[in-house]
Design a protein around this ligand. Structure first.
Ligand code: PLP
Length: 408
């Protein structure tokens, strides 16, 4: 038997069945007309924003990194709650544009921005988080051609990283950002070229659950930003401090203590250096805002035994939930929180492997999980599916196509 990850708070049962958004999951599946299906809860997203804002200094602004989940209705909803949106491609710019969100509150990070993407962003007044000196020169040339003052921030590759984070995005050689030592020079260059300097972006990692690590990282980010601004001889209108707040996915994971993180930030904000005194201060989060607010529902189409083990075979799989299968940035495969949604409060009585319908041994949703006995037709729920599920899985694999999605 292998343990399952913790089911996030906020999920209840109605008539013994998992409920989300006030209705049984089978009702949502019926309404969608098919499975697999992602269901995202507005109520849980709103609650998450409210809890976060209550814990954080009032001055802190919260951006949503839309790559976590860009399902149009969800994006439209989150854009009413977030202070800004962070994008990482021209395609994401188009998605944000479609919501009618103020593009002046959008920033565009990510390596390998093509000229057409730079042009669309500059024309729209989006802030570019520059990832290299060469990108800066291309942006300046495009802006000159458009006769538009570009809004430019510099993404820093700092000389530290977010300890214990699931995915490191700073510290040492990286494709992201510009090595800290070269940043002052670049700020001077784009300033001299007449750009509207929008400050710095320092993102150091993702999926951190340890408050001390986050507090330490945020302190270093503030120190680093101050040092670079002083060396460049500017004050910063904006500082995007990154984020990296994680959510519990696996057995033994504990939620991040955002109250502790907020208190530490409050103390730092009370004593900011001159370079940051008037800065707008941001964090940018993806999974923390929406990850726990979504469930992936898939229906059991077969059950079988093989050499003494039970297999429950669903109509879903890694083509929608790559991360839950253990194939998206994990070294050792561990179980996500998974439940038999249609028997949510039934007692566990068998050990089963929950797999998808793809013809590959990688397609696993839960290994040796202790679950209620499930039959063909039952619904399986994979939790923590609100982020990096639909948007980060290879839905074209094996001709399966995308899952249905609903915001309720
Ligand atoms: C992916 C990404 C995020 C969001 O990461 P989460 O782990 O979902 O919070 C934020 N900022 C940048 C620059 C990113 O690339």
């Amino acid at each position: 038997m292998k343990p399952l990850g913790p089911i996030p708070a906020g999920y209840a049962a109605i008539d013994g069945e998992l409920a989300i958004g006030g209705a049984r999951v089978s009702q949502w599946a019926e309404q969608a007309g098919r499975t697999p299906l992602f269901v995202y809860s507005k109520e849980l997203i709103a609650q998450r924003f409210a809890d976060l804002r209550a814990a954080m200094p009032e001055r802190l602004k919260i951006n949503y990194a839309i790559k976590a989940n860009s399902f149009a209705p969800l994006l439209a909803y989150v854009s009413t709650l977030a202070d800004g949106l962070d994008i990482a491609s021209g395609g994401e710019l188009d998605m944000v544009r479609a919501t009618g969100f103020d593009l002046g509150r959008v920033s565009f990070a990510g390596p390998g921005k093509r000229d057409a993407e730079l042009e669309a962003a500059i024309a729209a007044g989006v802030t570019l988080n520059l990832e290299s000196e060469a990108e800066a020169e291309r942006a300046l040339a495009i802006a000159a051609r458009l006769q538009k003052q570009p809004r430019l921030a510099v993404r820093v590759n700092p000389d530290f990283e977010l300890k214990g984070s699931g995915m490191k995005m700073g510290g040492g050689p990286k494709p992201f950002g510009i090595d800290a030592a070269r940043v002052p020079q670049l700020i001077k260059r784009v300033h001299a070229a007449g750009a509207d300097i929008r400050g710095l972006h320092i993102f150091t990692g993702s999926q951190a659950l340890n408050a001390d690590a986050v507090i330490d990282m945020q302190a270093k980010v503030l120190d680093c930003a101050d040092r670079l601004a002083r060396e460049a001889g500017v004050t910063l209108p904006k500082l995007n401090m990154g984020g990296g707040y994680g959510i519990p996915y696996f057995p033994g994971d504990e939620p991040l203590d955002i109250v502790a993180v907020g208190e530490a930030l409050e103390a730092r904000f009370a004593a900011l250096p001159d370079t940051l005194a008037d800065a707008e201060l941001f964090i940018e989060l993806g999974r923390y805002l929406v990850g726990e607010a979504g469930v992936y529902l898939t229906r059991i189409v077969d059950r079988k035994d093989s050499y003494g083990e039970t297999y429950v075979i669903t109509d879903g799989g890694l083509h929608h939930q790559l991360a839950a299968s253990g194939n998206f940035g994990t070294v050792v495969r561990r179980n996500y929180p998974v439940a038999i949604a249609s028997r949510f409060i039934a007692d566990a009585e068998e050990v089963a492997n929950v797999v998808g319908c793809l013809c590959t041994p990688l397609d696993r949703l839960a290994d040796k999980a202790y679950l209620p006995r499930a039959e063909v037709g039952d619904l399986v729920a994979v939790f923590c599916a609100g982020a990096y599920g639909a948007s980060a899985s290879p839905s074209a694999f094996l001709g399966q196509g995308p899952a249905a999605e609903m915001l309720v």
